[in-house]
Design a protein around this ligand. Structure first.
Ligand SMILES: [Zn+2]
Length: 211
């Protein structure tokens, strides 16, 4: 469904009035239009389903990988910068770092495409956990394996700007599928890759999202 820019303009104007401001004053008169144009850009991912995003970035090449002996060779792309907006407050989620790992079963995706997928999925009203499961789902469709893991670290402005304890300002989520969920050794390798630390203390603190 396409984003309705005109409706956004109208509603933002109403919002300015509801906030007690004058939408016709100099500084605000173009604000509804600016917000509508910004929303079109930052919510571009809402125009596409996961299937459509998978088709968009489905540029794989076949590798003659030796998959005969249940391979654990993982491909990992670390620290992809994205932003998103939380669906609870429509507030910015920033300083987001996404790490995507998968175990190729013959199909390999270009690394820049993984970054594009993460970026596009962020351009929706989101939950950090769902960014992880959306990326995992799209990756699975493209590389045709369930063995995908997504680790996301992010700061939510709905928390940091509202005086809630700053110590828990950063949220880390893990989406583990296939072998990443079942294989303790692989899970540990991922943990070391994403934290530089394998302490069980850290493992306890992480939120596991493995739907
Ligand atoms: Zn929020």
């Amino acid at each position: 469904m396409a984003i309705d820019k005109e409706a956004i303009k109208e509603h933002v104007r109403g919002l300015l009035i509801a906030l007690g401001d004058d939408p016709d004053r100099e500084g605000l008169k173009d604000t509804p239009d600016r917000v509508a144009r910004m929303y079109e850009e930052v919510f571009a991912g809402m125009n596409y389903t996961n299937e459509e995003i998978a088709k968009m970035y489905n540029k794989t090449f076949c590798e003659n990988l030796d998959v005969s002996k249940s391979s654990k060779d993982m491909v990992i792309v670390k620290d992809i910068d994205i932003f998103s907006y939380c669906e609870h407050h429509m507030a910015l989620m920033y300083d987001m770092k996404v790490t995507v790992a998968y175990i190729p079963q013959g199909k390999v995706i270009g690394l820049s495409k993984i970054a594009r997928i993460a970026d596009m999925v962020g351009r929706r009203l989101q939950l950090q956990e769902r960014i992880g499961s959306d990326i995992a789902e799209i990756m699975s469709m493209i590389v045709e394996t369930e063995d995908v893991a997504v680790v996301i670290e992010g700061t939510h402005s709905c928390m940091t700007s509202r005086g809630i304890k700053k110590t828990s300002a950063t949220t880390k989520t893990y989406t583990l599928r296939g072998k990443f969920k079942k294989d303790a050794d692989l899970k540990m390798r991922l943990l070391i890759e994403t934290t530089g630390n394998s302490s069980s203390n850290l493992a306890e603190k992480m939120i596991i999202n493995d739907d």
